[in-house]
Design a protein around this ligand. Structure first.
Ligand code: SF4
Length: 168
């Protein structure tokens, strides 16, 4: 039986999907991962499908995959893009979305091309999703010190870009 991790966002970003892969590996699961909809390449042995969405405009594609797969696998969906779409996801797929950070993967270490520097924000701007998603307490992530030692070039981003699940 196989876990399928699908980065429903663009291939060059999605820290959360990479963390899920590493977390599943740590549990010695058989894993296949895809960037985008695998279509007919979806393994017939799929037992669990993990859909990671960074932006809300990725959610319709995630729903298409979920509808195709939910009769033969457990389908999970999360990520920043799903935070405000829980009701929509339920209507479209009759499944529950994972909303917010997921502590199973949040601190999963790995050889990532990206990282986030911190989580949470006490400023609490009314238009911003970060305090609602990550809380009002600002905290640094310890992995950035390790990551920083091996890079030559960095783009630092806020929580918006790294996502929770899934950002991630
Ligand atoms: S992360 Fe969000 S709440 Fe914090 S300062 Fe930036 S916009 Fe405001």
């Amino acid at each position: 039986m196989t876990d399928i991790v699908i980065n429903v966002s663009a291939p060059h970003y999605n820290l959360g999907a990479a963390k899920i892969v590493n977390w599943l590996r740590s549990q010695e699961r058989e894993i296949v991962s895809f960037n985008g909809d695998p279509g007919l390449a979806m393994p017939s042995t799929a037992e669990r499908v993990w859909l990671s969405t960074i932006f809300s405009w990725h959610a319709p594609l995630a729903a298409q995959i979920a509808l195709r797969m939910k009769s033969r696998a457990d389908v999970f969906c999360g990520g920043t893009g799903m935070f405000a779409l829980g009701k929509w996801w339920k209507q479209e797929t009759d499944l529950e979305a994972h909303r917010g950070l997921d502590e199973r993967f949040e601190k999963q270490r790995g050889d990532y091309e990206m990282t986030f520097a911190s989580r949470g924000c006490p400023v609490d701007c009314s238009f911003c999703i970060v305090p609602r998603l990550e809380g009002l307490t600002f905290r640094l992530d310890g992995c950035i010190s390790v990551w920083w030692q091996r890079i030559r070039f960095a783009v630092l981003a806020t929580s918006h870009a790294s996502g929770p699940w899934f950002s991630g």
